[in-house]
Design a protein around this ligand. Structure first.
Ligand code: ADE
Length: 231
């Protein structure tokens, strides 16, 4: 998979891909991540990428031309499955969107800044709009990093043990059960006996029950949606 990220703040995206699972995925050539500095395509001597909004009002708006030029340059090299704009008014990102994006070959993520982007970019170049939650970030970069992380870890071969993505919270619309490691007794705080029993049927049943209990109490919205689907 290839992910092209368009930003005016490329430095913000240096950290998230330089470590751990994302770095390993890049090193293993399972994903190719390209961060593009939009300013390279900026207008005039000052490489301008934003301007005042028509009609007045505070805040600058990102201009169409630099973004269109960059996106068209990328599109001339390969076909893209989605051109995604990171924005708080997009569809809220969840595990099912992560799953479907992980099956794609080439994605563009456009990070917004300032007051927003010229609406004509959304109308003509963007195929999908994603929000990572109902709050406003200073820009789309951290959101793009979140989406990239959630998607890349689902690409086969990225995680050491492929089943571990399948047992993630949300993957079957359930939160994960609690986990424990040594010592089995820490200052009187004991690990549930069933986990030490070696009886894997009992352990599986316990985990399933804990996952259901957690989902019911912590995320009744997910639990009720799951129950409705079953009926
Ligand atoms: N840009 C600013 N806030 C955002 C959010 N919540 N999700 C995605 N992109 C954003």
């Amino acid at each position: 998979m290839r992910i092209d990220i368009i930003t005016v703040l490329p430095k913000l995206l240096e950290g998230p891909f330089a470590d751990s699972i994302l770095k390993r995925a890049i090193d293993k050539d399972l994903v190719d991540i390209h961060v593009h500095d939009l300013r390279t395509y900026g207008m005039g001597k000052h490489r301008q990428v934003d301007d005042y909004q028509f009609g007045g009002g505070a805040g600058m708006v990102m201009m169409i031309e630099p973004i269109e030029t960059l996106i068209n340059a990328l599109k001339s090299e390969r076909e893209y499955d989605e051109v995604i704009f990171m924005t708080p008014d997009g569809e809220v990102f969840d595990q099912s969107t992560a799953n479907s994006l992980s099956l794609q070959k080439n994605l563009i993520l456009l990070c917004g800044h300032y007051k927003g982007i010229d609406e004509r970019i959304r109308e003509t170049l963007i195929t999908k709009e994603i929000s990572i939650g109902d709050y406003v970030l200073s820009g789309g970069e951290l959101a793009a990093a979140v989406v990239t992380d959630a998607v890349v870890r689902l690409i086969p071969g990225v995680l050491n043990n492929e089943t571990s993505a399948l047992s993630d919270s949300f993957q079957d619309d359930l939160l994960s059960p609690p986990v424990y490691t040594r010592p089995s007794d820490y200052k009187g705080l004991k690990v549930p006996e069933v986990l030490l029993s070696g009886d894997f049927n009992r352990i599986d049943a316990w985990r399933q029950e804990q996952a259901e209990q957690r989902t019911k109490t912590r995320r009744p919205d997910i639990w009720n949606k799951k129950s409705e689907l079953k009926d």
